[in-house]
Structure formats: structure tokens, C-alpha cells
Design a protein around this ligand. Sequence first.
Ligand SMILES: *Cc1c(COP(=O)(O)O)cnc(C)c1O
Length: 344
Amino acid sequence: MTPEPPLRLALDEEALVHNWRTLDRLSGSARAGAAVKANAYGVGARRVTKALARAGCRDFFVAYSGEAAELDGLVDPSSISILHGPQDANDASFIAARGYRPVINSPHQAALWLDASSARCDVMVDTGINRIGFSMDDLADPTIGRLDVQTVLSHLACADEDSPMNDCQRALWTDAVLHIGKCESSLANSAGIMLGSSYHGHLTRPGLALYGGIPRAELAGEIRQVVRPQAAIMQVRDLQAGDTVGYNATYTAAGPLRVAVVALGYADGYLRCWSGNGMLRSNGRELPVLGRVSMDMTVIDLTAAPELREGDWVEADYSLPEASQASGLSQYELLTLLGRRFTR
Ligand SMILES: *Cc1c(COP(=O)(O)O)cnc(C)c1O
């Protein structure tokens, strides 16, 4: 086996399952699915899907057919919805052959799908975010009537805010569901679940909150932290007063100081915004980041844990709402940034 670099993304599977069950309960009479696109927001799609399927989740959302293929053998292919829909005729045939469920986003995609298959699909209706999806005007297109639609989806632009746009989008989505008829409905992402039962339809589609993100204050006591980035110490150094740390010498030691060089850098998604700002820990003890974060290394203050040595592991503070506040990155970015070097 090829040796792995000393970085790991500790996944609290119990917290993940707790979060899904919580979101499923908060979804009332609707059932909660799971957005596992982008490698489950960087957390590891296979592991997440396996754990949530075992907990009872039966609707999984990915962006591309290749992401569905990564889940091979874990769940029934027809329980995987492909949000971006068929990209071309070849993709439509692939989706049909594998038995995934495409989300059809336009008259063009409807034609691609009808050429490839008469199997069930979902339909995305754009109710105001103006990304992909049928416009309300497109709903008159006759190809829609030929689709065997399982679920009519729409996506909220402002679910994490109390915006009048939420109600407008809900009204248009309700119209679209009535227009298409004989199908299930789905509108809410993680934040949308907290807008109340009129936003739930048959199926909700949480992503962020599964992985410990808190997009609305109401979720604060409910959602648990799921991922913890950990890295090993590569070297320990003893600095003297006046010694500086890292590129551009932005930190200067005021007196004798023990520091450690940790195998974690911006190439791993620990971006330069954590320079002089991030916090790592060992058994709860605070080890602040000193100076600039480098591509593959970060230097920390070992004052609180002077016994640590090469090969010992430390963990970055990564509770998503707090880390987002501290870094200026969104909770989504904090998750999806985490690099390929982490063992997941
Ligand atoms: C990513 C995505 C979701 C999940 O959103 P969160 O804000 O992460 O809960 C739901 N629906 C669609 C269409 C998405 O693209």
C-alpha cells in the first residue's frame, strides 16, 4: 500500500446519522433525502451514503452521473437523482442504462431523456433563483407531458433568510406541482426545512446540515459537528525572542517559544485566511496558528502542550458556523475545500 500523507478527516458517523434523523423529523410528514453531490460536500460520498442508507434514507442527490456511479453497489440506482440532468445523448444513455433518475431541467434535456428512455425522472422548475430548471413559461412545453415524472423540484434562493422571496417561490412551486400533476414534490434544502410544513412537500433535500452546517439559527441546538480535520506534527522548534515565522515573517516571537510545524496547508483547503487566526488543538488545549499558512505546512504555538512531538496529531477548530465567522468563508466552502490529501 502507498503510504498516506499524515492528514485525516475524522468523520463522526453517529453525528451524521443524528443530523439526518433530526432533519427527517423536522421535515414533518415529508421524508428527508440527502444531498451527496461533490463527494458529499467533501466528506466522502460512499461512507456518507452507506451510513444514511442504513439509517433509512432512500433519496440521494448528486450533481452528475459520474457522481452516481461512485455510489455503485450501495443503494438502488433509482434512488439516486442526478440534479444537473443528462448533459448530452451519451450521458442520457448512460443514466438510462444504469437506472439512475435524472432531474430534467429544460425542454432540451427532456428531449434527450425521451430519446434515451421512458423511465421515470424528476423535473426541476426554476421559481426565481435563475439557475437551471424549467422556467414557469417552459411548463407549457408539450415534451413535459410525455415525461414520467416522479418528483417536481424547485430550489429556494433565500431559505437561510426571512425573505419575502421564500413565499413567492413556494407559491410558484405549488402551481408547477399542480400543473404537472400525479407526482411528488420537493422544495426545501437544509434551511428550507425550517421554514415550516408548507415548504416540505413529500421530500426534503438537506445537504449542509447533514454535515454539521447551521444555515438558520433554529438549527443551532439540533445539529452536531460531523467532520474534524486532523494533521500530524512534522517538526518541533524552539524559537528565541525576535525569531520570525513563515513567509513574509508576519509573526515575531516576543520571547522563547516552542512551536510545531503541522502537515496542513492551503493546498489541503486550510486557506491563508487562517494565517495568525486559526486554532488547532490537542486534547482541548489551544494551539494558535502563528504567521502565514503555507501550501503544505502551518506553524502553531505549542505553549499549551509543550510535550507534543513529531508524529503527534492535532486537530483544527472546524465547527462550521464558528469557523465561517472566523474565516469569512461560507460553511459550504469550508467543507468542499478540504483537499484530496485527507484520508477520509
Ligand atoms: C445542493 C442542493 C441541495 C442541498 O442544499 P443545502 O443548502 O446544502 O441543504 C438541495 N437541492 C438542490 C437542488 C441542491 O443543488
